[in-house]
Write a protein of this length. Structure first.
Length: 252
C-alpha cells in the first residue's frame, strides 16, 4: 500500500481539542499554520507576558494534569481570530483573541470551568512567531497509524490515535518504520520535510480524548510491549508547499 496522509490535524490552543483539515500550506521552519499558536497559562506560570516567548509545557494547562480539558471542543477561525469553545455540542464561550475583551470572555469561562487551585486562573497567551509545542523548535508531528494499531494489539483494546496529538496521520507504512527515517527527507504533496527525531511520550496519552478519562496507561503499554515510550516522529519543513489528504509520502 502507498504511504499517504490519512489526516491533517492542528491544535490552535495547546491542551485543547484538535481541528481536522483537508489541506494546508507548509512553510520552511514552521509548524502547521495556527497550530498551538495560543496556550492557557495559569497565574503561577513563569510565562512572561511582557517578554513572551516559548516555555516548556509545564507552564501551561495540558492534558497531563488537566484532563478535564478533553471535555471541550475548540474551533479557531484564523481570519477573524475568533475562538469558540463548545461542550456537548453547545457553545459555552466565544471571543476574538485579537482583542482584550475577547480574551477576557474566554478567560472568564476557564476560570469557572477549571477546578480552583494554587496555580490560579488561566490566561490566554501567545508569543510572536512561536508555536507552543513540547519542543522549542516548531516541528510537524507525524503519527504512523500502523504503529498505533500495533499498540492496540498489545493493549488488546482500541487506541485513539488522537491520544498522541500529532499533525499528520500517515497510513500504508509498516509498524514503527518511521523510527528508521531519522535524518531522511520526505516529500508530501508540494512540501519537503526532514525527519529529525522520534517523539517521546508522557502521561497525557493516558487520557481518552473523547471522555477525558484516564483509562489506559499508554506509557506502560509501550514499555512492556516495545521496550520504549516512543510514538511518532518530528519533522522539520525544509521546502514550502501545499499538502492535502491522500497525498503520498515519498522518502528521498
Amino acid at each position: 500500500m502507498t504511504v499517504h496522509i490519512a489526516d491533517i490535524i492542528r491544535y490552535p490552543v495547546k491542551g485543547l481539542s484538535p481541528e481536522q483539515l483537508e489541506t494546508t500550506q507548509l512553510a520552511v521552519g514552521q509548524g502547521l499554520l495556527n497550530d498551538r499558536g495560543f496556550a492557557l497559562a495559569p497565574s503561577s506560570s513563569r510565562f512572561d507576558s511582557e517578554n513572551p516567548s516559548w516555555c516548556a509545557k509545564g507552564e501551561f494547562l495540558t492534558l497531563l494534569k488537566d484532563e478535564k480539558l478533553a471535555l471541550l471542543d475548540a474551533a479557531f477561525d484564523g481570519d477573524s481570530a475568533i475562538l469558540t469553545i463548545r461542550r456537548d455540542g453547545k457553545s459555552v464561550a466565544r471571543g476574538d483573541l485579537s482583542t482584550l475583551m475577547g480574551r477576557v470572555l474566554i478567560e472568564q469561562f476557564f476560570a469557572a470551568f477549571m477546578p480552583p487551585g494554587p496555580r490560579g486562573n488561566p490566561k490566554i497567551v501567545d508569543a510572536p512567531n512561536t508555536m507552543f509545542s513540547d519542543t522549542e523548535t516548531p516541528f510537524v508531528s507525524i503519527i504512523n497509524l500502523a504503529s498505533v494499531r500495533d499498540i492496540e494489539r498489545v493493549a488488546r483494546c482500541p487506541v485513539n490515535p488522537l491520544r498522541f496529538r500529532g499533525n499528520l496521520h500517515i497510513d500504508g507504512a509498516s509498524p514503527w518504520i518511521e523510527n528508521d527515517w531519522i535524518g531522511r527527507t520526505v516529500t508530501i504533496g508540494g512540501a519537503t520535510l526532514k525527519i529529525m527525531e522520534t517523539t517521546g511520550r508522557c502521561g497525557a496519552t493516558s487520557v481518552d480524548p473523547d471522555t477525558a478519562e484516564r483509562d489506559l496507561n499508554i506509557l506502560r503499554i509501550l514499555q512492556q510491549g516495545f521496550g520504549h515510550t516512543i510514538t511518532g516522529v518530528y519533522a522539520e519543513v525544509v521546502e514550502d508547499g501545499p499538502i492535502q489528504i491522500n497525498d503520498v509520502l515519498e522518502l528521498a
